[in-house]
Design a binder for this molecule. Sequence first.
Ligand SMILES: Cc1ncc(COP(=O)(O)O)c(C=O)c1O
Length: 349
Amino acid sequence: MFFASDNTGPAHPKVLDAIVSANAGYAPSYGRDPLTEDAADMVRDVFEAPDASIHFVATGTAANSLILASLATPFDAIHCTACAHITEDECNAPEFFSGGAKLRHVQDEHGLMDPAALASALGSHDPRSIMVPQKGPVSLTQVTETGTLYTLDHLRTLTDIAHSHGVKVHLDGARFANAIAALGCSPAEMTWKAGIDAVSFGGTKNGCLGVEACVIFDPSLSREMELHRKRAGHLFSKHRFLAAQMKGYLSDGLWRDLAQRANAAGQRLAAILRAHPEARLLHEPQANMIFVSLPRRIHKVLIAAGANYDLHGSLKTGSDEDHITARFVCDWSATEAAINEFATLLSSR
Ligand SMILES: Cc1ncc(COP(=O)(O)O)c(C=O)c1O
């Protein structure tokens, strides 16, 4: 019953096979090898973006920070929601790698940025002032940090506002595949066709060992991104092993299949939690992540019986009747048996 995160599970065997296949003989280093070219072309194909510049890194924090460093100046404000991974969980890496850009929170509902609030944040900027942070890029997350999804129209509305103010839009796609599987649209529709300028295309949470692709639709930013990646120490010398993961991940639609599995498991778990009379779902779970509150006494039983999830409070202090919020995430490897076991356990409470 492992529902703590979609990075706690195993890598998919086909991704491991791809690494083993890459482990033969010699190859040029630092991304100048044929496998990296192949993998980058595969990403371009998936996004229907033949001119996109593609850069592989090993973590989502690196992907987000280095893209944002390429889109923002040190004087800029980067606009994001208050629950964005870049502001909550990246130890100021975007600020650091951008050389000092500041993250500015824009109001959201259930993790979804409010267009009127974005228009107001960008519109209130005084272009003559050198005293304030300058208008900088917008960063959105899909699937959001609360497990919800932007519709394509919502994305388009936000990107139109950003572009009308002359700033670019980044998409944190740590769970990009889950969003595509849930919305049933194409990667192009959810990105450049909706006005997104750059994407952190996640692999790690969905079956890879550790690889994310930075996808930048404006190739003129490629050189800057390359320099940021190298300076940050994220240009792997044995780069073929990053590329091999991405190649295995994208081959035969594995990435979509795995995301479909994770979402199906997430939806089943959400239904089980929703059906419990004492459970309160905090947001509508639209992919593979669920936020729910339950009385402390129920958490005690679930956790003692081996359920593993992210509890946002203490089991030790407070009344047994107090509700504590928890996050459940299903990855591609979540089994029906584990979910059934959890259902039986919860229904007995
Ligand atoms: C929304 C989001 N973005 C990015 C990341 C990537 O983080 P990491 O640097 O741990 O790979 C995560 C991982 O938890 C995430 O949930």
